[in-house]
Design a protein around this ligand. Structure first.
Ligand SMILES: [Zn+2]
Length: 116
């Protein structure tokens, strides 16, 4: 499972971070997930919550997911817009399909709260 290995990777880096900082527990972690990242958020949260039980440092960590909308910039007219459409999006201003993806593919940790 895609989401399981990503959740595992996140937990490993949190464990590493907590160890480095000499923290007893990780209380909270906030991540941004783009709609085009291919990650199913529900599955990701489920996997995170199941796997975190294995670590005393991580078992109380609350996962907060912020979903990042897909944002394009039109290369013809420069218009920036958000869309739900993953396939063949068009600029709502000029109808061009010549677009540059600005946001929506990311998976990043925004911050983590540790108990020292
Ligand atoms: Zn345009």
């Amino acid at each position: 499972m895609h989401e399981t290995s990503i959740a595992m990777g996140l937990l490993n880096s949190l464990e590493e971070l907590a160890r480095k900082e000499g923290a007893k527990r990780v209380l909270k972690v906030k991540v941004k997930i783009g709609k085009l990242s291919g990650i199913v958020i529900d599955s990701f949260v489920f996997a995170f919550n199941a796997l975190k039980e294995q670590s005393p440092r991580l078992k109380d960590a609350e996962l907060i997911v912020e979903e990042v909308p897909i944002t394009y910039r039109c290369k013809e007219c420069g218009h920036r817009f958000q869309t739900e459409s993953v396939f063949f999006p068009e600029c709502p201003k000029c109808g061009s399909a010549n677009l540059e993806l600005i946001r929506g593919e990311e998976l990043e940790v925004v911050n983590a709260e540790l108990e020292v």
